[in-house]
Ligand binder design. Structure first.
Ligand SMILES: *Cc1c(COP(=O)(O)O)cnc(C)c1O
Length: 368
């Protein structure tokens, strides 16, 4: 790798990724599906696989190809509620049997494209009602786009039951869900739907949303989420059905960083070589304050006092701004490198090539 190049560098910490995988594999009371979109880097996928993750939540043929190439005996779940006909056909041909849907026409597409297969596991995606706590405990709500309403869900469960080998419900409480009670609210809501439909289900998929402790966003320990889900599943009579979860962020956020270089300093503004069109989308769009630390290789020693900086990315777009503030040694300036941490999820995965600024460099950091 040419370290003199101008590009940012993505760092992966395999040990942290492995620890996160173990937290879920040993603590989550059901099947753990890694949501590939959070970070599809092959090295990261490989660590998860080596730790024992065998189930993957995929959305596209390219994600299916990636998992198939890296993880030979993996089981893939196509949990995107709206898929092209070609995607359904190809997925089925490659062995995918688990599909989600949120509309009668999508259900029909799935049957058409699998020639009325009798070995399908179908998951009805619920839109979580916004009038109670479900869906509102997350920093990034995800019920605005997908999911069936209560009345639709009742009809769809009845329609799907005769054709599904196994039938389930799924939902997503929203990403970075910092309110522990959201899962219980959603599971309780799932119970009312199942009862109203008068249809037995075989699986309950509680989706993603498991949060990461970014600065300024305190989160309960993961073990409390697992306990809350376990208790809620029992309390609502779902003990005997299969439970699944789809963590993305929580499996990889702390296992990745972006190393950026300062190209110019103006007052407390640092112009750096990655930004909102790169891996820092959430820092720009949502003003998330990711943890930062200065990496200066050689003298002088960094100043001992810190200053709050704003970052500007390399593109010419003025939305390429990350207000922070990011606290760094007061003498941080041109030529210094900064590690922006907790970017393993939705960081590298979101990068574009806009304006010719992007990076293909990923390194593994074996220390902690
Ligand atoms: C994005 C997504 C996930 C992962 O969500 P996180 O909040 O990163 O855990 C899981 N399931 C589905 C269907 C998704 O779209």
């Amino acid at each position: 790798m040419d370290l003199a190049a101008d590009d940012a560098i993505f760092a992966l910490y395999p040990r942290r990724i492995a620890r996160a995988a173990q937290t879920f594999l040993t603590g989550f009371p059901g099947k753990v599906l890694y949501a590939v979109k959070a970070n599809p880097h092959p090295a990261l996928m490989r660590v998860l696989y080596d730790e024992g993750v065998r189930h993957f939540d995929v959305a596209s043929i390219r994600e299916i190809d990636l998992v198939a190439a890296l993880c030979p005996d993996a089981r893939m779940f196509l949990m995107h509620p709206i898929k092209s006909r070609a995607t359904i056909q190809q997925a089925y041909a490659r062995g995918v049997r688990d599909f989600s849907f949120d509309h009668a026409d999508e259900l029909q597409k799935i049957w058409d494209c699998t020639q009325g297969a009798t070995d399908l596991n179908l998951y009805l995606r619920l839109a979580l009602p916004q009038d109670n706590k479900t869906g509102s405990g997350a920093v990034m709500p995800l019920s605005g786009k997908f999911g069936a309403s209560a009345q639709e869900a009742i009809e769809l469960l009845r329609a799907a039951r005769p054709h599904a080998q196994r039938l389930g419900l799924c939902f997503h409480v929203g990403s970075q869900c910092i309110d522990l009670s959201s899962y219980d609210c959603a599971i309780s809501y799932a119970r009312t739907i199942v009862d109203a439909a008068g249809v037995e289900i075989d699986m309950l998929d509680v989706g993603g949303g498991f949060p990461v402790a970014y600065p300024g966003m305190p989160t309960p320990p993961m073990i409390e989420y697992f306990a809350a889900i376990r208790d809620s599943v029992s309390a609502h009579g779902f003990d005997d059905i299969e439970l699944l979860g789809e963590p993305g962020r929580a499996l990889c956020a702390e296992g990745g960083s972006t190393l950026v270089r300062v190209e110019l300093r103006k007052g407390t503004d640092l112009y750096i070589n990655d930004g909102t069109y790169g891996s820092l989308f959430d820092a720009g769009q949502f003003a998330w304050k990711f943890p930062v630390c200065l990496l200066r290789n050689g003298p002088p020693e960094p100043a001992s006092n810190t200053v709050g900086f704003r970052f500007f990315g390399p593109t010419c777009d003025s939305s390429d701004t990350m207000i922070g503030p990011f606290h760094l040694p007061a003498d941080t300036g041109e030529g210094d490198w900064i590690e922006v941490q907790h970017l393993g999820a939705y960081g590298q995965a979101l990068t574009t090539r806009f304006n010719g600024f992007y990076s293909d460099h990923t390194v593994a950091i074996l220390e902690d």
